[in-house]
Design a binder for this molecule. Sequence first.
Ligand SMILES: *Cc1c(COP(=O)(O)O)cnc(C)c1O
Length: 351
Amino acid sequence: MSRFFSKNYSSLVPYVPGEQPKHLSSFVKLNTNESPFPPSDKALAYAAENTRPFNLYSDPECTELVKQLSKTYGVEPENVLCGNGSDEILYFAFAAFCSDDQPAMFADITYGFYPVFAQMARVPYKIIPLKDDLSMDLDAFWQNGAAFIANPNAPTGIALSAAEIESFVSAYSDRIVVVDEAYVDFGAESCVELTKKYDNLLVVQTFSKSRSMAGARLGFAIGNKELIGDLKTLKYSLNPYNINSYTAALGVGTLLDQGYTDKNCSVIIENRQYASEKLKELGFEMTDSKANFIFAKHKNMSGEEIYLKLKENKVLVRHFGLDRIKDYNRITVGSRAQMDSLAAALEKILK
Ligand SMILES: *Cc1c(COP(=O)(O)O)cnc(C)c1O
């Protein structure tokens, strides 16, 4: 830390992203929940044709993209905001909807960025422990504050039903509920429809996982017009051109080829089932994941040892040191071939 670093941030602990190895091809990379599939050819062709010239600023309204998103999700353009990854939007939500008398609330085991965003936005936060079975304890969110709920949750993969979230949102209509649906396309129920009925519900999604666009950085929020307006106030106060022109066009192309996304999601769901069975045979216990990852622990070997030995065998997974989940590893569900390499490496390690 330099002697000039603001004391506002002197205790800020940044998020630690999953490793991105230099020699990509030498690893089976199952540590950051990316899609194993490239964007569709149609989407890439659309982007090649429709990207605004780079000497011009990108469209701050993302007009085409917002139009296409509103069509896809059956809402009005005024209900949609795009961000540079959903991370950016989540940060805006912490800054926009939390304050000293309205702390952020989120689970003890959830997306690791939430406490970082709260610190960045300089707002207080309350930690709500998951239940013993690692499911979300919605009842414990009764307190005053803005609730941030990843659904499915990360890194457990466990999902709440839309009905459970609706009963919470309707019971606490004086407070905002932000549902982070980064993984919803892999088999959980979305709350997007509910945003039409409840003005205290904001849903955030991303193109990074189910839509094969992690490196292009694109996320979006859907909610009541006023909530979207608040987020826009922050976006236009920081960087109106937060989505680059290529990403905006690729996003439209991807939405126009929804069949490709749907097919890839079904393959991932099948491969999740396939890999879960293999892991079970090898003696692993898993949570009921509705995401593109498996959260698994083994009775005979610590989570950290499995992580390290897999790495020696050129398979990267994600291990978190937090006490409650240190026995587990989060393993991205990839292609069938990747799942076979994983199983082979585990078999060797556990022998
Ligand atoms: C991956 C992820 C995100 C955001 O990803 P972006 O790439 O910034 O869109 C948000 N929430 C959760 C829970 C995630 O796992």
